[in-house]
Ligand binder design. Structure first.
Ligand SMILES: *[C@@H]1O[C@H](CO)[C@@H](O)[C@H](O)[C@H]1NC(C)=O
Ligand SMILES: *[C@@H]1O[C@H](CO)[C@@H](O)[C@H](O)[C@H]1NC(C)=O
Ligand SMILES: *[C@@H]1O[C@H](CO)[C@@H](O)[C@H](O)[C@H]1NC(C)=O
Length: 343
């Protein structure tokens, strides 16, 4: 005879097991979803699974070659698209650098390629277009450089990957991958000339020291609070950093070109200062022009965020950045000469 307590225990056990499997099946469907996501037969489907938007309505495949000679000879490295320009530059650079480190063939999804090719003219990594028809063995993919053991394994890096240690081993080469198209170079020089005229200095334009200042606000303020539990940098940080350069280049005209996703705030806080120029006082420029302006400057100041990091890397001069521990800018700053954190 079963006593009611045992019965209850039995029911409770069954219920608990049901809850556990429910949680497993419905709340943690990661493995299943991944298996489906990657249940692809060719690189065509695979590339689609790496992109945020549907690629199919874009320009059709130009290559129809079915020859297996075009297929990758060995394993490959690629990445999932995520974020905006600064993130996607890190994603591109991560694939580029991991390929260089491992000897794997690099491919980037067309969604990243299309975005970056509007801005840069000498990107060397192909998209999957030419190998779209090739069969794919998803069993051979690992998700990080650390998990990669054998050269028969392919790597698909997660979105938002930032690999400063590998990328910055070849910093000069990645800077030349990101060579701006002529249009952006010309426009950015026009902005710097306007900045010189804007301060009505009598100095010769060649005697100027241009310092690009990137100030990240809008949605990043909430992100800083959620992710790092800190408020945004105070205006005093930017002023201290500017004073550092004024002192360093004493006797020369130092011109601060301020780029931001919130140019109005910058104009209000710094627009009245001598030698500060905010190119887009009301609305932001396009990200491409903003980045080209930062890159055209001689030295840099930035607070945080991937966009500011790239502006400073591409400018290639001295960089003063906001001291924010556990942020990727700190790692980049440790790896590059002439980068200093300031509070
Ligand atoms: C990859 O190479 C390793 C070591 O040579 C071997 O153990 C493994 O079976 C290979 N895997 C595949 C999928 O070829
Ligand atoms: C500083 O930047 C300006 C504008 O891009 C450029 O013309 C000049 O050659 C740079 N100066 C140095 C020393 O690199
Ligand atoms: C950055 O901040 C940390 C703690 O917040 C501090 O220990 C460190 O000295 C600071 N570094 C600089 C360069 O100000």
């Amino acid at each position: 005879m079963i006593n009611p307590h045992q019965n209850l225990l039995f029911v409770a056990t069954i219920l608990a097991l049901c809850v556990i499997s429910f949680v497993h099946v419905f709340l943690f469907p990661l493995y299943d979803a991944d298996a489906k996501r990657f249940a692809t037969k060719t690189y065509f489907d695979f590339e689609q699974s790496l992109c945020m938007a549907n690629l199919r309505h874009r320009r059709p495949w130009q290559t129809t070659t079915q020859g297996s000679t075009n297929c990758p000879r060995g394993a490959i490295v690629t990445i999932v698209q995520g974020g905006r320009l600064g993130n996607q530059m890190w994603e591109y650079a991560s694939v580029w650098a991991v390929a260089r480190r491992t000897g794997l063939e690099a491919y980037i999804p067309r969604c990243i390629q299309v975005k970056l090719e509007q801005i840069f003219e000498s990107l060397s990594i192909p998209s999957f277009e030419d190998i779209a028809h090739c069969p794919l063995d998803l069993g051979r993919f690992v998700r990080s450089l650390e998990a990669w053991n054998y050269n028969n394994q392919s790597v698909v890096l997660p979105r938002y990957s930032i690999q400063p240690d590998v990328v910055l081993t070849w910093v000069h080469d990645i800077v030349s991958e990101f060579t701006f198209r002529r249009k952006w170079r010309v426009k950015s020089q026009q902005v710097l000339r306007a900045a010189v005229e804007g301060i009505k200095s009598k100095g010769n334009a060649f005697s100027f020291v241009f310092v690009g200042v990137h100030i990240r606000r809008t949605d990043y303020i909430g992100y800083l609070w959620r992710k790092h539990g800190v408020p945004p940098a105070e205006p005093q940080f930017y002023i201290t950093a500017m004073n550092y350069y004024k002192k360093k280049f004493h006797g020369r005209e130092v011109l601060f070109v301020v780029i931001s996703d919130d140019p109005r705030w910058c104009q209000r806080k710094f627009g009245g200062m001598r030698n500060v120029y905010v190119p887009s006082r009301a609305l932001p420029n396009t990200p491409a022009l903003d980045l080209a302006i930062l890159a055209a400057c001689n030295h840099s100041i930035f607070d945080y965020g991937t966009f500011g990091i790239w502006g400073a890397i591409l400018a290639g001069g001295e960089t003063v950045y906001y001291n924010l521990s556990r942020h990727s800018s700190m790692r980049v700053g440790q790896l590059l000469p002439n980068w200093h954190a300031m509070s």
